[in-house]
Design a protein around this ligand. Structure first.
Ligand code: ACO
Length: 243
């Protein structure tokens, strides 16, 4: 479900379930954790790219198969929370390469990375409230990325926005033509890889400390809140309507 490749000390972790738009099933979340085990042990790595195979980066949580198991849905959200924490703490710069769509949990993965490249026509955002679920698990990363006021408006409004709007809001750090996405990210990564390894790791750790990215209790609370709401009657009946 994931692919790990490395070139010139730039590691690419690719979500590899294109037929389902890289939707995050329990198996996919486990596979990302396993991939991160390998990534975290790679001392030579200087940059990590997070990518998705096929037409879309990531369609968010795959809730269809577990709709009758609210406990499992909650566990998946907590698993996504842990994945996000681990990506945030990788001691090298991380870049999300977002083609097509990054929705819900997919937008969360895009947001937690240090950089996010996308194209103007992509579809990004957080439609959780439309599904009667709660984006608590991804909210901390969005607040850190675009600020509390914009995050509040985005999360309470639900729906999705275009890559251009995401870039204007600060959700994406870079915008380019869709056809140039891979090359633009590769060029940017090669440039980042020339930075001082210790300087970058220390800078990143300090930024994480300053902006609350190391606050395990708060992050856990977000995951617990999302898990609680998705297991509730309101969410379950809405999700059953949709799926
Ligand atoms: N979970 C499971 N399967 C999914 C998901 C998902 N989140 N998203 C797409 N798929 C599946 C579709 O069911 C379809 O499968 P099928 O061929 O077996 O019927 C396949 O992926 C392709 O989907 P399309 O919609 O045909 O692909 P398209 O490229 O036209 O659109 C897009 C991609 C924009 C991502 C669209 O699929 C979409 O909007 N998906 C739902 C996004 C969503 O609401 N995610 C949940 C957010 S909430 C959260 O993450 C906590």
């Amino acid at each position: 479900m994931i692919l790990l490749t490395e070139q010139n000390n730039i590691v690419t972790l690719t979500l590899n379930r294109p037929e389902k738009r890289n939707a995050l099933s329990g198996e996919m979340i486990d596979a990302i954790h396993t991939g991160l085990d390998t990534v975290e042990q790679n001392d030579a790595m200087r940059v990590m790219i997070l990518a998705g195979e096929g037409p879309s980066f990531c369609a968010g949580m795959d809730l269809k198969g577990v709709i009758n198991n609210p406990h499992k849905m909650g566990e998946m959200l907590k698993g996504l929370g842990k994945v996000s924490q681990r990506i945030r703490r990788i001691p090298v710069p991380t870049i999300a390469r977002v083609q097509g769509a990054a929705i819900g949990g997919g937008a969360g993965l895009m947001t937690v990375c240090d950089f996010a490249f996308t194209h103007a026509q992509s579809k990004v955002g957080y439609p959780e409230v439309d599904l009667h679920i709660c984006p608590a698990v991804v909210a901390p990363w969005l607040i850190k990325k675009i600020g509390a006021g914009k995050a509040r408006a985005m999360l309470l409004a639900g729906g999705t926005i275009t890559g251009q709007q995401g870039f204007d809001a600060g959700l994406a750090t870079h915008l380019c033509d869709e056809g140039d996405l891979v090359q633009a990210v590769d060029d940017f990564a090669a440039n980042l890889a020339r930075g001082g390894k210790e300087a970058l790791a220390t800078t990143k750790h300090w930024l994480n400390e300053l902006d609350g990215s190391l606050d395990d209790d708060l992050l856990q609370k977000g995951a617990d809140l999302s898990a609680k709401i998705i297991a509730g009657e309101e969410a379950v009946s809405r999700l059953k309507q949709l799926y």
